[in-house]
Design a protein around this ligand. Sequence first.
Ligand SMILES: Nc1ncnc2c1ncn2[C@@H]1O[C@H](COP(=O)(O)OP(=O)(O)OP(=O)(O)O)[C@@H](O)[C@H]1O
Ligand SMILES: CCCCCCCCCCCCC/C=C/[C@@H](O)[C@H](CO)NC(C)=O
Ligand SMILES: [Ca+2]
Length: 553
Amino acid sequence: MEKQPRLLCSELCVQRRLYEVTLNCAILAWKDIQIAKKHTGRAIYGAVKAGSHCVPVCEIIAVQEKEDDSPCKDTGKWQKVPQSPADCQHAFTVFYIERTRQHCWRCSNVTFHCSEHSLCLLWVQTIREQLGLLTNRPKRLLVYINPYGGKQRGKQIYDHKVAPIFSRASISTDVIVTERANHARDHLKTEADLKKYDGVVCVGGDGMFSEIMHGLVSRMQQDASVDENSMEETLVPCGLRIGIIPAGSTDCICYATVGSNDPVTSALHIVVGDSQPMDVCSVHNENSFLRYSVSLLGYGFYGDVLTYSERKRWMGPARYDISGVKTFLSHRYYEGTVSFLPAEGNLGTPRDKMQCRSGCSICRQSSSDKLVSKDEDSVSDAECRDTWTVIRGKFLAINAANMSCACPRSPKGLSPSAHLADGTTDLILVRKCSRIDFLRHLLRHTNKDDQFDHSFVEVYRVKQFRFTPRYQECDSEVDLRESGAGGKRFLSQICREHRACGCMPSQSNWNCDGEILPQTAIQVRVHCQLITLFARGIEEQPVFEDPYTHCAI
Ligand SMILES: Nc1ncnc2c1ncn2[C@@H]1O[C@H](COP(=O)(O)OP(=O)(O)OP(=O)(O)O)[C@@H](O)[C@H]1O
Ligand SMILES: CCCCCCCCCCCCC/C=C/[C@@H](O)[C@H](CO)NC(C)=O
Ligand SMILES: [Ca+2]
């Protein structure tokens, strides 16, 4: 680590012990002077035991001068440099991020006492100046709360856990509690004065996030006169970042971008101004735009789970478990044709076990490739030259995972190696198989085994795909033949065939991030890094610590 010049260094008291406190533009560190003397010349391990602590400046939430409530003010002693903790009468508190259990952050604080008010002010002012240099931090946010998502605790979660953190970080907010479905989407699309804000926050689940994303993406296209109905259009990326405070039933988008579904952790990622770009899939039916998707587009099993579960919304998150069992028992398969454009280049494969983590090199590479391809020919020209792969069959499930889709029910997700921002989606085809085999596959969504290691499962990393259900293929064949001689004969032949085998082609619905799509024949295209979240991807756990400062290196 490069050594930064010191901005401040003082002897200050923390809980009646004397510390050497230093600040440079990257790190605030404090070291117990007595313990440090004892250990001179020896490597010190274990931050708390050794009395050394450090916080990166970018993880400081705020600094505040403390009112005159020093525990030692009754001593009556005054000296310029504190000789003992009893000399410290003035104080300031630094609020900072502390990592607790897996991927969870908490707001911790430390109060430094000093003997002189001017020294106290100097520290407060210098730390504030350093925080002021962090220009990625939002100052004004537009917050939408869905009071009915998940366990209907969105408002409570925001008021008790999130608002106090925003206020501590001096972030001002305009808060809208939604009154109906699509209230947030419509407000963003047509009314909201977006220039006033540095970001939009969504308090709710994946469905609520989807509303916010639709509002923002559509607004951007509208303002730039981009026709969303045309699949070939290059969409305009969203300038405003989106924060997710998880308060839904699955919260998969939050979980897969942060590593937990904890409202305080998400609020802290917003405060520090994290940025995580994300791919968005556009879903079309012929020349009509249907929806955008960022997590799962699922036909068959996940489509049916959602269709059943929508009738049981009153059950809250448990509706998915009941519907999951019911759908599993019904064991329906669906026929159709899937065509796709495979991803090329160094984008890895769905089975390479290269999980997308904070600062992911594959996503970074895609971002620079995107810039280059802008200068060369248009995406659609390049894609026209590529060859489509066509697969016709009977499927229990067709899942397109644009990200891992990790969530508390499936901690690794439906496609553990899918990337958040690589411009591709992982297309998983689960062919018709026995109930027991399908159960084996589903259970692998919940444990560590490879869910793709089955003869009836195929997985492809793709940039675009299409699906046509069998009954629509029949319809188009019927249309064709009907127009010529013998049309009637052909139609009655199809009807006779289906009566005989009892397998009248049935259809499922597409589950698009938790919303049911009205159409089953769809065309999907991945738009690389169209939106940005207040997140940083899932952090790797630190492996080594600096023995002096105990910061991860
Ligand atoms: N005030 C409201 N009244 C009714 N529905 C609303 C309201 N505000 C938002 N919604 C809708 O509620 C739906 C579900 O919300 P949300 O995603 O927050 O929770 P969930 O479905 O329980 O969680 P998940 O999507 O994670 O499974 C969303 O599709 C959203 O459009
Ligand atoms: C009979 C045993 C079934 C076990 C299957 C457990 C697997 C659960 C995996 C859930 C993956 C969820 C992917 C995310 C989808 C979201 O977009 C959506 C909206 O929140 N949620 C659902 C459940 O469709
Ligand atoms: Ca992706």
